[in-house]
Design a binder for this molecule. Sequence first.
Ligand SMILES: [Fe+2]
Length: 257
Amino acid sequence: MRILNQLTAAPGYLLDTLTRGELHRIRGLITAQYLDHLGKLQPDLVEHARRAGIAKYHTLPIRFDHAAAWPKEVRLLDPRCLSTFETMGFFRRIRRQLGPNTIISHDELNWRLVRPNRPEDIGPIHADKWFWDAGYGVGFMPAGYDRFKIWIAIHVEPGANGLCIKPGSHQIHTWKHHFEVRGGIRKPILDEDEEELMMELLPLQAGQMVMFHDELLHGGVVNRGTTCRVSLELTVLYDKAEGLQRLTGTPRLATTN
Ligand SMILES: [Fe+2]
């Protein structure tokens, strides 16, 4: 089915997969950034960390404060990586459907690491749209563009960690939430009973990805595996009129001026 159909109609998401080579390449980019930053935090750990692999980060004898050590800016891949992602199969498939003006937003090209059995490593359930509503990303969105998110499993144990979603939740626009300023950033807080939401953990293998609607409820789950979960996120921006035109097959209206 067409990407926009699956994003806008139920269930609000679709899956795709990296090739083994693409997964290997992304793992290399993330690992290089991880080891580079680790070298600044605690240089004596780097060789040990390199041999252990990023998924064993939780076993390292760290002497720094984990919560403060990995802000988003040190997990944001270099903008030069964008061209690497744009040559990958999943993005070429997206561009074929949504048009040549489709781009990946660099401001969202970041990876996350979730240690085993650490509830504090997980953010609350939310819709990405709430962050944009709160003022995040003002200026990132070109006029006439729309967006969706992609979450890619990099190191995972399917069924024990990953991303949970609520299928179809993007069609309900009344999920209760409010905003609070935390750490100087205005963040949305869900006011629904999480038990009642019955979120579903997607059993994705490493290299699989989920593309989902801006209003789909989603969140991390406490990692019940034995290794760190590593994932990568990116936001795709596309020309709304071009995407819709390609979806419906109707020609764009000619302008007279
Ligand atoms: Fe999100």
